[in-house]
Design a protein around this ligand. Structure first.
Ligand code: ATP
Ligand code: MG
Length: 430
């Protein structure tokens, strides 16, 4: 029988790598808490319409990357529904914001999420069909200050802090403004006009985009199209005074906070809901998939989903890419030797198994990490196993139990010594 494997584009995360994932998530939670963000967990699948409306029909995500299926009715009272595995989490968060009337509190909602997202993409390094995002949103009524450029700056400053605390060095913040919906309509017209004489020389996707959504032409990655794209008008020239002022205020706040950035006039981002500020943090070590995270402002999204006016700004970080970046960095540093658990208890003879279990319980309750051996093993095998998984081995035989004096060997030094049972926990912790 053919063996079953994880589906293409999905993977198993195993220890010790999962320790790195946990460290990233713990650091993110700690930083988010300092900025007064609370966690939201939305369902992994939603009504397809949420993404069609929220992310945009013309985007790559909706037009070709979604996992969608028809969920058949199971009873007369149920309707057949089109469902989709979430390809991103902002639409779900804004749906929840509307559904639970969070705007009625009159307060800004600062929400973060950590979880899997699904896109049917061509799998490659840093690009998977199931991947994990760590993201956050600041959303609320205008009266709560949700439109303020200070919110944009706060989110960007938080991200700089988070990447620094994760130990990711050498990131670049790329920043742009795509203006209001009206600005973008104006820019789309300018692009259409500029594309008309040249679009015939461009890729098939661009020929389609030039008609349906010219802004998306700027996302094109086809090398031959780049010289044409470089000569297209830039969006900065289509921004109205309010959008220009907003963008200037974001940059002034970043300057004041000491967060470095570079302006990238082509950065329009792949989702239709963005307004004004858009940004990406990139990292040179990632190769072709160089975006660590992306985000921006989405002042009209709530209304697009049938909700109240609720401007917001958010981002999503690719956790898989954070892991890749940190792993590459650690390879460049002298690797720290594997530590293992604090102690391995080796009972001598099966009769000592229960006593070993009791000792392990005692030690674990003091906060130590302990692995439990097996009394039927010969001592040599216990030593060999222990050396692979623990820093020290503790021998527990009938004599040790009676005398309360145990033999402990520290593998790093090779020293074997006698330790009283009362002093064992302190010794193993040292
Ligand atoms: P890309 O240009 O790499 O396709 P994107 O614009 O589609 O990115 P977003 O939708 O903005 O990405 O998602 C935010 C972040 O999520 C990205 O910057 C990236 O780090 C991560 N990400 C997106 N798609 C994937 C994927 N298929 N596998 C792993 N990480 C991903
Ligand atoms: Mg993509």
């Amino acid at each position: 029988m053919a063996t079953l494997k994880a589906v293409r584009g999905t993977r198993d995360l195993l220890p010790p790598e999962t320790a790195l994932w946990n460290r990233i998530e713990t650091t993110a939670r700690r930083v988010f808490a300092r900025y007064n963000f609370g966690e939201i967990r939305t369902p992994v699948f939603e009504d397809t319409g949420l993404f069609a409306r929220g992310v945009g029909e013309e985007t790559d995500i909706v037009s070709k990357e979604m996992y969608t299926w028809e969920d058949r009715a199971r009873a007369q009272s149920e309707k057949t529904q089109m469902l989709t595995l979430r390809p991103e989490n902002t639409a779900g968060v804004v749906r929840a914001y509307i559904e639970h009337g969070l705007g009625e509190t009159g307060l800004l909602q600062k929400l973060y999420y950590i979880g899997p997202q699904f896109r049917r993409e061509r799998p490659q390094k840093g690009r998977y069909r199931q991947f994990s995002q760590i993201g956050a949103e600041v959303i609320g009524p205008v009266s709560a200050g949700s439109e303020s450029p200070l919110r944009d700056a706060e989110v960007l400053e938080m991200l700089a802090t988070l990447l620094d605390e994760l130990g990711i060095t050498g990131w670049t913040l790329e920043l742009n403004s795509v203006g209001s919906a009206a600005d973008r309509a104006k820019y789309n017209d300018a692009l259409r006009a500029a594309l008309e004489p040249v679009v015939g020389q461009m890729c098939a996707d661009c020929q389609r985009r030039a008609v349906t959504n010219p802004l998306r032409v700027l996302d094109c990655k086809v090398p031959q199209d780049q010289p044409i794209i470089e000569k297209l008008p830039v969006i900065a020239d289509s921004l109205d005074e309010a959008s220009k002022g907003h963008f200037a205020a974001v940059m002034a706040a970043l300057d004041a906070a000491g967060v470095p950035y570079t302006r990238n006039q082509r950065l329009v981002r792949g989702l239709d809901y963005y307004t004004r500020t858009t940004f990406e943090f990139t990292h040179g070590g990632l190769g072709a998939q160089n975006a660590l995270l992306g985000g921006g402002r989405y002042d009209g999204l709530s209304e697009m989903l049938g909700g109240p006016k609720a401007p917001g700004i958010g981002f999503a970080m690719g956790e898989d890419r954070l892991v890749l970046t940190l792993q590459a960095q650690e390879l460049n540093q002298s690797s720290t030797p594997r530590q293992g658990v604090d102690g391995f208890i080796a009972p001598i003879g099966e009769g000592m198994n229960i006593e070993a279990l009791k000792l392990a319980r005692e030690l674990r309750q003091t906060g130590l990490s302990i692995e439990l051996g097996e009394g039927s093993f010969r001592l040599k095998k216990s030593f060999e196993t222990a050396e692979k998984v623990a820093r020290r081995i503790v021998i527990l035989g009938e004599d040790e139990l009676q005398s309360g004096i145990l033999t402990v060997k520290t593998f790093a030094t090779g020293v074997q010594e006698k330790v009283s049972r009362a002093g064992l926990s302190g010794f193993l912790a040292s």
